[in-house]
Write a protein that binds this ligand. Structure first.
Ligand code: GYE
Length: 305
């Protein structure tokens, strides 16, 4: 609208749209690619980006969102570390008439508290891994022992990937999740937790890691235990970042369901629309695929991240 409102000129007279973005952290290769996508796309779109890294802590995210509200940015976007606990700060943004765009991860707040949510279907990703596991072990005559490395406790991808995977493998009673623990989406934690799982469980047939990085950490632990990753223990992960795809092409990982981190360009388009007061679709789902070792080998040289 017209009048004295300076909503789209938050940065004294620059005339640029100001976007405050609160990133989860820098826990994984996926996250690094996502951060680069957001920064590059903001520069290309001519949007003034204020960026903060919450180091996987919700209180840090809430503090930076509050500071964006105080600075009267035009639009706020964030990738919520966990699903719960956002009502208060989302209401504050709404009271300040600043549209909020959720990127990558969901919240359990009422949908009227945010403008849109752009990101993957994490349940489907878990289902893709489950379908692959059913096929891979279809001729097994005895129990198939599965261990699961879960993502950050309480995060949408950890909750939904687990749900999709476990519901899918339930159709074959041979497939059993014998242990499931969080590795916080990091390589270091993936290695540490896998070490303990290997000690506690003499026979592991399949590892499902909720992201490539935990899978890559687990591969180190498997090798250290004198076992061959991808052969002695089958491995399936999610993301398809370059390091994961490299291990997949080398048959150290057997299957990856893709999760695209390249949300930046669409986020900037949505930011422009939100700043202009245009209505947005409430949910925008990212398109993605799955990879076998052979498919990984074919695309590896052109993989951007
Ligand atoms: O899979 C993982 C990252 O939220 C989809 O977060 C994202 C997940 C991604 O740490 O690698």
């Amino acid at each position: 609208g017209g009048g004295e409102d300076t909503a789209s000129g938050g940065e004294a007279g620059s005339g640029k749209i100001v976007l405050g973005f609160s990133q989860v952290g820098s826990e994984s290769g996926w996250r690094a690619a996502n951060t680069k996508s957001v920064k590059d796309s903001a520069a290309t779109a001519g949007i003034d980006l204020k960026f903060s890294d919450a180091q996987q802590k919700q209180e840090n995210q809430i503090a930076s969102i509050r500071s964006y509200i105080q600075q009267k940015v035009d639009v706020i976007a964030f990738s919520p570390v966990v699903v719960t606990g956002w009502d208060a700060v989302l209401k504050e943004a709404q009271a300040a008439k600043i549209p909020v765009i959720l990127t990558d991860r969901a919240v359990d707040s009422d949908a009227s508290l945010y403008a849109t949510f752009i990101g993957s279907d994490f349940v489907k990703e878990g289902e893709e891994v489950g379908k692959w596991a059913l096929e891979e072990f279809k001729s097994a005559t005895g129990p198939v022992n599965i261990v699961q490395l879960e993502g950050t406790v309480g995060s949408a991808p950890a909750i939904d990937r687990k749900k999709g995977f476990e519901a899918t493998i339930a159709s074959n009673p041979n497939l059993k999740v014998i242990a499931s623990q969080s590795g916080d989406f990091t390589r270091a934690k993936g290695k540490e937790v896998m070490q303990a799982l290997l000690q506690a469980n003499p026979k592991i047939d399949l590892l499902f890691a909720h992201n490539d990085d935990m899978g890559l950490g687990a591969i180190e632990a498997i090798k250290a235990a004198g076992l061959k990753p991808g052969t002695d223990i089958k491995i399936a992960t999610i993301d398809a970042v370059k390091d994961g795809m490299t291990a997949l092409a080398a048959n150290e990982i057997n299957f990856i369901a893709e999760c695209s981190p390249l949300l930046g360009e669409q986020l900037m388009e949505l930011t422009k629309k939100a700043a202009a007061g245009e209505p947005l679709e409430k949910r925008i789902v990212t398109k993605e695929t799955t990879f076998t070792p052979q498919q990984a080998a074919e695309v590896l040289s052109t993989r951007q991240y």
